[in-house]
Design a protein around this ligand. Structure first.
Ligand SMILES: Cc1ncc(COP(=O)(O)O)c(C=O)c1O
Length: 449
């Protein structure tokens, strides 16, 4: 399996050859001086061009939930491309789009059975925000335009997403171009009260009441929607305190405000049920997804809308467009084929509930890192894990970045964000992979001053 790859698969990384690709969310100069390249993948593993095997501890980027190299997905995409590579979905349709929407509606929390297709998490978020505002207008509540996000939230990189998002580095260069009328709830990360909690923190439900304070400040008549990630990934795995999401739901209901769950990372089995909304038993009005929808094989996102939201648009003359929004590649045939094949795998292998069974082993292995040098917190839920390290004085993020680099050298791919090492492996993970991931991570943390 780890035989060397054919020379054609080895990119030429002689000086200058990597310059043209302006890499996203990457320290470009650092990377190009010392590239980390991936050339092949199968199951739980990547291989570098030199043939070095790497355990994938992050499902690519929280998306390859069924593991790599799924031939069924590749075959379905190839067949679709050979049959019809593209069809528009503006005033036209193709069968797979309708089939996929119906299959997704069956998986969704109750009532969220109308599906709008996008091509990424960022597009799903901006779509959901637009639907929320247009919904309020469609039902005669045009003053409800304000959006409430949360500090440390990550909702992709569109202007809507960074406006409701709360990660300073993603916002500061664009502060003059943010959406107007946005406010933020406080985040729920509190190491002082909750350090090393296994699963959901017990302290912090009251932070949901901050929504009441924002309502008192702005008035419910101006607020269209609240958007939160049930579990934040990008800001370093931030969990909802017990009862927090239910409390947000109650306050939204009381004040006639839509609740949007951004399930781009929590969707498709990450928390032990198809969606975190089901795991936490809180049903939002809109739910954004992407990533695991196609197992990362083809870009695609989907926004699930409650039928009441959808139906509010279905009025007026029938020949008129109800929502002036959509993408050339909404429900792209190849993406639909990939998603349907992915859903088949999830169903056949019970992957959307598998994380619940593996979680106790995962949690024990992760929390065994407690007590290692510089480890200030460990957080977990389902097949998600985070180890927070103490920052080096005056050099934020460098310790965690070094841990990430050393893990990669030793055959484990983790994700670093700020001071956090985040883990979100493919849902097919076996105990031996868990043992190896934490063996290496523990060794590396011990060695990193
Ligand atoms: C919660 C959440 N929303 C939105 C996004 C953006 O998704 P994409 O990178 O596909 O645009 C992400 C990406 O990690 C995410 O974690």
């Amino acid at each position: 399996m780890n035989a060397k790859l054919s020379p054609g698969l080895v990119p030429d990384h002689a000086p200058g050859k990597l310059d043209a690709f302006w890499m996203p969310f990457t320290a470009n100069r650092h990377f190009k001086a010392n590239p980390r390249l991936l050339a092949r993948a199968e199951g739980m593993h990547y291989w570098t061009p030199e043939g070095r095997q790497i355990i994938d501890g992050v499902a690519g980027l929280w998306c390859v939930n069924a593991g790599h190299g799924r031939r069924e997905i590749a075959a379905a995409v190839a067949e679709q491309l050979n049959t019809m590579e593209y069809a528009p979905t503006f005033q036209m349709g193709h069968p797979l789009a309708f089939e996929l929407a119906s299959r997704l509606a069956e998986l969704a929390p109750p009532g969220l059975d109308r599906v709008f297709f996008t091509n990424s998490g960022s597009e799903s978020v901006d779509t959901a925000l637009k639907i929320a505002i247009a919904y309020q207008r469609a039902r005669g509540m045009g003053s409800k335009t304000r959006l409430i996000g949360r500090e440390k939230g990550y909702h992709g990189v569109g202007f809507g997403g960074i406006s409701v998002g709360g990660m300073v580095n993603n916002r500061k260069a664009f502060s003059a171009a943010m959406l107007p009328g946005v406010d933020h709830l406080p985040h729920t990360l509190d190491i002082e009260h909750n350090a090393f909690t296994r699963g959901l923190p017990h302290w912090g439900k009251h932070l949901a009441n901050e929504l009441e304070r924002l309502i008192a400040l702005h008035d419910a008549a101006t607020i269209a929607a609240v958007i939160v990630e049930p579990i934040s990934g990008s800001a370093g795995v931030i969990l909802p305190p017990l009862g927090y999401l239910k409390r947000l739901r109650e306050i939204c209901d009381k004040n006639d405000i839509l609740l949007i769950f951004d399930e781009v990372i929590t969707g498709f089995g990450r928390t032990g049920k198809p969606f975190a909304a089901q795991t936490f038993d809180v049903t939002p009005d809109l739910m954004t997804t992407a990533k695991g929808l196609t197992n990362g094989a083809i870009p695609m996102g989907a926004v699930f809308a409650h039928r009441k939201v959808h139906d509010a648009f279905m009025q007026g003359p029938e020949q008129l467009v109800e929502l002036f929004h959509g993408y050339t590649y909404s429900a792209h045939p190849a993406a639909c084929a990939a998603a349907l094949a992915t859903l088949d795998i999830y169903a056949r292998e019970d992957l959307l509930t598998r994380a619940a069974g593996v979680a106790p082993l995962w949690e024990n292995a992760l929390h065994a890192l407690k007590g290692l040098p510089h480890v200030v917190d460990i957080r977990n839920f389902g097949l998600i894990g985070a180890v927070e390290l103490e920052p080096r004085p005056g050099k934020p993020g460098t310790r965690a970045f070094e841990v990430f680099l050393k893990c990669f050298e030793r055959g484990i791919m983790v994700r670093q964000t700020g001071e956090v090492i985040a883990l979100s492996p493919p849902l097919i993970i076996e105990p031996a992979h868990i043992t190896r991931i934490f063996e290496v991570l523990s060794e590396v943390i011990r060695e990193t001053a």
